[in-house]
Write a protein that binds this ligand. Sequence first.
Ligand code: PHE
Length: 455
Amino acid sequence: QDSAENQGQPREQWSGTFGFILASIGSAVGLGSIWRFPFVTGENGGGAFVLIYLACILLMGIPVLLSEIVLGRSTQRNPVGAFRRKAPDTPWFLAGFIGITATVLILAFYSTVGGWTLAYTWDALSGEFGSITVGQAEARFGSFIGEPETPLLWQALFMALTMAICYFGLEKGIERTNKFLMPMLGVLLFVLVLRSVTLPGAMEGVHFLLYPDWSDVSLTTIFEALGMAFFSLSVGAGAMITYGSFLSKKESVPSAIGNVALFSTLVSLAAGLAIFPAVFSLGYEPSTGPPLVFITLPAVFAHMPAGALFAALFFLLLTVAALTSAISLLEVPLRYAGDEFGWPRGKGTLLIGGFIFLLGIPATLSFNLLSDVKGLAGLPIFDSMDFLASNVLLPLSGLVIVLFAGWKWGVSRLLSEAKGTSDNGMPFKFMWGFILRWIAPALMAIVFIFQIVSS
Ligand code: PHE
């Protein structure tokens, strides 16, 4: 089992809390906040969905995040190995497998969209967006994804970049890229929000995003919000167990949790504020699905001075944000294969990354050649993969993880492990027991049961 240690290789560690915090923010902030959050919000009616999403982050996402990081740090293991260490010869480790399956599926369709961001960076650099209208942007995106070759090539490039960064290891790959580019993305997003909310008729979009209309809320809304919360925090996939396993016992878990939750939520909301005012101002539809951001943003940039330059920079930084999430996704199965089977990084990266690329091909083809093929719940292949991973597997594994933390491992043990040498441990100690044992699992179970009963 403990092959990496048996071979005498010391486990890699982050260079201090800062390295860990940057990397975990890098994992959390990505296409989830900037691409997925706006289109899912658009499909689910806006304001009420946003409030439920925030509640899901607080009451379910953060408890899972805490459990994952501490479990990873305490065991220094991959998601499956972590459970095996804490509870040998019990089936708890299945939660780890569910998480690993989720990361593989997510990275497969994530690389489709990562390919889109790369292609859009290129197009923006070559000045293709100029003074594009939303109608033209829609036609353009349609013809881009409508044929298989070009999107597949960009997807391959995105996967190759992800694999290259993973191959060259933690320190060099992950930390350096995150340090400078994330804050730049934040600034650019802020500029976009300013442009978007000052377009004529923009307030309708602000209203859509922030004003809850409860009449549209259904069980599906809640189910979608839970999946979105987990996706944007990178929890339920074992990614935070894996990243936590590189964290030394000295460092502060509470500040990592606070930062991850804060930034991923802020970026989601900012992305919403950049998209919806523009959607309404430009007379577009909020419920367009996955292409939403790729159709509206070029049209917003066309309304800005030096828009082409901003567009290129924005899509470039979005690609980097997507890459820092993609490497955390690939790191999960890699770490599993490394810990449990002693696979060296190179072999793991090639075989697992290659497999995920193959799995991602049907996701890309579902916008062209395979557009008539239906998967789960009558959805196209791309949407089925997203649905299965984000709305089913992440919350399911999250549920098992909090049950494990609250009932099997024990809250007091978890809280004492959460304490680093340089901090006082988790704040609000009195309430974690209640949240981890009752609130979070009960809410997740209720959402699940209702979803199953109603479908
Ligand atoms: N949180 C990432 C994003 O928002 C996606 C992700 C999900 C990463 C699960 C790791 C694990 O883009």
